[in-house]
Design a protein around this ligand. Structure first.
Ligand SMILES: Nc1nc2c(ncn2[C@@H]2O[C@H](COP(=O)(O)OP(=O)(O)OP(=O)(O)O)[C@@H](O)[C@H]2O)c(=O)[nH]1
Ligand SMILES: [Mg+2]
Length: 361
């Protein structure tokens, strides 16, 4: 499922420093020649791909980026210092477009790949440059050139880190709405969601992940009941499944949450067998939703009974997606989980093992 995260940013390279107008002034040298230095070049702006980011969420916090200007030249032939370049880190796979012309500037597919998106302005020339046989004391200098300014659109195809799983009407789409800017349809009837939808959850700079909402599953889905199970393949590459459960299915006098949960697990196993996927091996957290419709003491009792009946060993969360009660804590834990997973995947530091046969003197 291709979902494109987008961000609009503007970049401005540094202006060049101005050239200096100056003449040598020293004792015993009454008519010193010109000694005005050139201005420094302005800093350029680069985008660089890094594997530490997986969404464009950070660009919702900072939208404008500016590199430093060059310093002006000065007397004694001193050139102005160049402005420092600015390198903006973007996720691998970011496509960079000029927002005005729609031109594709770069497709940053490799780690550390870098592209200049705004060139720093050239420094101006000091008056020394204009000295000639006919003009020994030029007063001419030039100004630094302005750095490029550009509006950019960044696009990134993202994959879901977390998948929402559950019966129809459990509140999956409501949860996605509560924690991201995505606006999937929510309604009080089964099969409101017909297509998978993704949302970026952003918890601050450098902390974001992607959640996928898919249509609800029902018993027999793996045999084609309801909307079938085809959408489960979208969850195959996620790291974590959130199993969303309605704490008090409306109008269902004999609500049996444990049974509801087993139904979904059964379908998950069926699907994994059929498709050769290992969805049933993914980590799964229980997210008991709609806690606002029961009393707190009932909530705790229901959850305790449920965990005991299922012999559930994994994490359990109680939330109200509609009032956003508990959703922040859930997202924080997901972020920590994903960060820990990423760390575990990083190659281990090289360890050198001493050669036991080496001479030891
Ligand atoms: N009281 C209450 N109602 C909720 C809560 N979360 C969702 N709902 C309601 O439950 C109904 C179903 O919500 P959806 O988010 O559409 O459920 P879904 O799981 O996406 O359903 P499908 O797309 O059909 O699979 C809607 O009427 C929501 O307003 C909650 O925390 N509390
Ligand atoms: Mg839905």
């Amino acid at each position: 499922m291709n979902f494109v995260d987008e961000a609009d940013i503007s970049v401005k390279a540094g202006n060049g420093g101005h050239g200096a107008l100056s003449f040598r002034r020293e004792k015993y040298i009454p008519k010193g020649g010109p000694d005005g230095g050139d201005g420094g070049r302005g800093g350029s702006v680069y985008l660089q791909a890094t594997d530490g980011l997986n969404t464009l969420a950070d660009f919702r916090f900072v939208r404008h980026y500016e590199a430093k200007g060059g310093q002006s030249g000065s007397g004694k032939l001193k050139s102005g210092q160049g402005g420092a370049d600015l390198t903006i880190k973007v996720p691998i796979g970011t496509m960079v477009y000029d927002a005005q012309t729609e031109e594709l500037i770069a497709d940053l597919t490799d780690a550390e790949e870098r592209v200049m998106v705004a060139r720093g302005g050239d420094g101006g020339l000091g008056n020394t440059t204009f000295k000639s046989s006919t003009n020994q004391a030029p007063r001419k200098t030039t100004k630094g050139k302005p750095g490029d300014a550009r509006a950019l659109r960044l696009e990134l195809k993202v994959l879901a880190d977390v998948g929402l799983l559950g019966l129809p009407n459990a509140g999956k789409s409501t949860l996605l709405r509560a924690v991201s800017q995505a606006t999937p349809k929510v309604a009080n009837y089964p099969f409101t969601t017909l297509h998978p939808e993704l949302g970026v959850v952003s918890l601050g700079i450098g902390s974001s992940f992607v959640i996928a909402d898919i249509p609800g599953l029902i018993e027999g889905a793996s045999e084609g009941a309801g909307l079938g199970i085809q959408f489960l393949r979208h969850l195959a590459r996620t790291k974590l499944l959130l199993h969303v459960v309605d704490i008090a299915p409306y109008g269902d006098e004999e609500a049996n949450l444990a049974q509801d949960i087993r139904t979904i697990l059964g379908e998950l196993e069926h699907y994994s067998e059929q498709a050769g996927a290992e969805l049933d091996q993914l980590d799964r957290w229980l997210v008991i939703n709609k806690t606002d419709v029961v009393l707190p003491e009932d909530r705790d009792r229901i959850v305790q009974e449920l965990v005991a009946e299922l012999d559930w060993q994994g994490p359990v969360y109680t939330i109200s997606a509609i009032s956003r009660d508990g959703t922040q804590a859930l997202c924080n834990d997901i972020m920590n989980y994903i960060d820990a997973e990423l760390k575990a995947q990083e190659p281990q530091a090289f360890v050198s093992i001493p050669d036991p046969n080496a001479d030891d003197d």
